[in-house]
Design a protein around this ligand. Structure first.
Ligand code: FAD
Length: 448
């Protein structure tokens, strides 16, 4: 390595271990054997982070460069990260929880849709062409209201959809209650286009379907990096990886690699899942085999009935100092999930939850995202801003194409996006987020 440019070595604090396992991960089939990185290895491209972004970046880079060696590392188990802990809505038209009617300007939305559809197509190709099993269910999503103010929110949302020329259908009380078995809901808007899937199952199976020129090392945090030429030098607890190119898809942790410092707003949101329901319990949760309900109010409760007959609820946002959450935070949120469950299916209350967990969402003050070449031969895609499945796959695919010197309409759109702005000092941001989330949670009322 005598020609190695001297580069500053950055020590990187790895992500904390999650305090609880995700129910999706536990239900996603047998554990794959784990192969942490050991010794001194070289590769053409190192991808850091095995979420929606990183996994698809690794796949795409390997597809476009079949003679190159690609190494994908993740600090933990792929599928037990935020990506595998999500609700599994692969959303075409992502709703922006910051906006009252959920939507951006018309141009922003059309671009968002275009990008997300590319992400969905790429995920679909893994399912259809590579045989990745993930309980794929292209039934769309139900934006569901439990209160009059929720119905008013849905009306505003429908007007925005009209402006965008989107199709949707209103579902009235009787049909909705028959579908869900819950007297809680009073009206819903069905928007097609979204896919439901089991995210941990997808990620676990997608690792096995990666091209042969990708090597995956889980439980392998990058603990320091020196970006430079001809190779970047990355240390792990048990070795060194020298890579000509690096693609960093480490969500908010990307800021620890020396980029976009003080720009990430780390939030956790939480979910709980029941065991599979018995036949008699299933008779109480409606006549639709599986569904996904997005709350009319963005601080309400998201619900899924899964193909394997579980009920699954997500609510509560909490500021996560240094990207960390605790078991106590998870258990506090679980109480809110039980409250939400009891509102919807009081007669099933005693079932309780089999698993409860949290997952990281990285936001930016201005809604900006990381996409592009961050330094010479260092690329980054990160900051989901709330929804990151379809968007994450599209970002990952596009960043790998950029790193392969390709162009595409999606790259053109993403290059024009605002990058994350600087946050207020940490204590101010933390206090601000805590006040706003508590207030909006209270305002959401029975939508929770
Ligand atoms: C409960 C919950 C429900 C959600 N529901 C939905 C939904 O239904 N639809 C939707 O679109 N979005 C949803 N989201 C958001 C979505 O999960 C995220 O936007 C998405 O997972 C972000 O993907 P990512 O690839 O950017 O990051 P991540 O999944 O966070 O992956 C980043 C990876 O980087 C790794 N990493 C970090 N630092 C290092 C290091 N030093 N060395 C090695 N590896 C490192 C981490 O271990 C991690 O695996 C939800 C999120 C949560 C928490």
């Amino acid at each position: 390595m005598s020609n190695q440019t001297r580069a500053k070595r950055i020590a990187i604090e790895p992500p904390h271990a999650e305090p609880t396992m995700s129910g999706w991960y536990l239900a996603a089939g047998p554990e794959l054997s784990v192969v942490p990185q050991v010794g001194d290895i070289e590769c053409d491209c190192l991808v850091v982070g095995g979420g929606w972004m990183g996994l698809h970046a690794a796949r795409r880079f390997a597809e476009l460069n079949p003679d190159s060696s690609v190494v994908l590392v993740d600090a933990g188990r792929i599928g037990n990260n935020a990506s595998g802990r999500c609700m599994g809505f692969v959303i075409d038209l992502a709703h922006n929880p910051r906006k009252q009617d959920f939507v951006e300007d018309i141009k922003g939305n059309k671009e968002e849709l275009f990008v997300n559809l590319e992400g969905i197509d790429y995920i679909r190709s893994a399912v259809e062409e590579l045989g990745v099993d993930c309980d794929w269910d292209p039934q769309g999503k139900y934006h569901s209201a439990a209160t009059d103010h929720g119905v008013a929110d849905l009306k505003r949302f429908s007007e925005a959809l009209d402006t965008l020329g989107q199709n949707y259908t209103w579902i009235e009380r009787e049909e909705l209650q028959a579908m869900t078995g819950s007297k809680h809901y009073i009206r819903a808007l069905h928007h097609p286009g979204t896919i439901l899937l089991q995210p941990a199952k997808y990620l676990k199976n997608a690792i096995k379907a990666l091209p042969a020129n990708v090597t995956v090392h889980e439980n392998t945090p990058i603990t320091s990096v020196s970006f430079g030429a001809p190779r970047h030098v990355c240390e792990t607890p048990t070795g060194t990886i020298r890579a000509s190119k690096a693609i960093i898809c480490a969500s908010g942790y990307l800021t620890r690699f020396g980029f976009f410092e003080n720009r990430a707003i780390p939030l956790y949101t939480f979910a709980s899942m029941t065991r599979p329901l018995t036949q008699s319990e299933l008779a109480r949760v409606g006549n639709k085999r599986a569904y996904g309900l997005i709350p009319a109010n963005s601080f309400g409760t998201t619900v899924r009935r899964t193909i394997d007959n579980r009920l699954f609820l997500r609510n509560v946002y909490a500021y996560a100092t240094d990207f960390k959450t605790t078991r106590q935070d998870v258990m506090k949120a679980r109480i809110q999930q039980q409250v939400a469950f009891d509102r919807r299916w009081p007669e099933l209350s005693s079932i309780g939850f089999e698993a409860s967990w949290g997952g990281l969402l990285t936001l930016a003050q201005n809604g900006g995202m990381v996409f592009g070449e961050l330094d010479r031969n260092v690329y980054g895609a990160a900051f989901c801003n709330g929804t990151g499945v379809a968007r994450g796959a599209a970002f990952g695919k596009a960043i790998a194409e950029m790193a392969s010197d390709r162009t595409s309409p999606v790259i053109d759109i993403l290059k024009m996006r605002a990058s994350p702005s600087r946050t207020y000092p940490k204590p101010v941001t933390a206090l601000g987020v805590r006040i706003v989330t508590a207030l909006r949670f209270r305002q959401a009322g029975a939508e929770v």
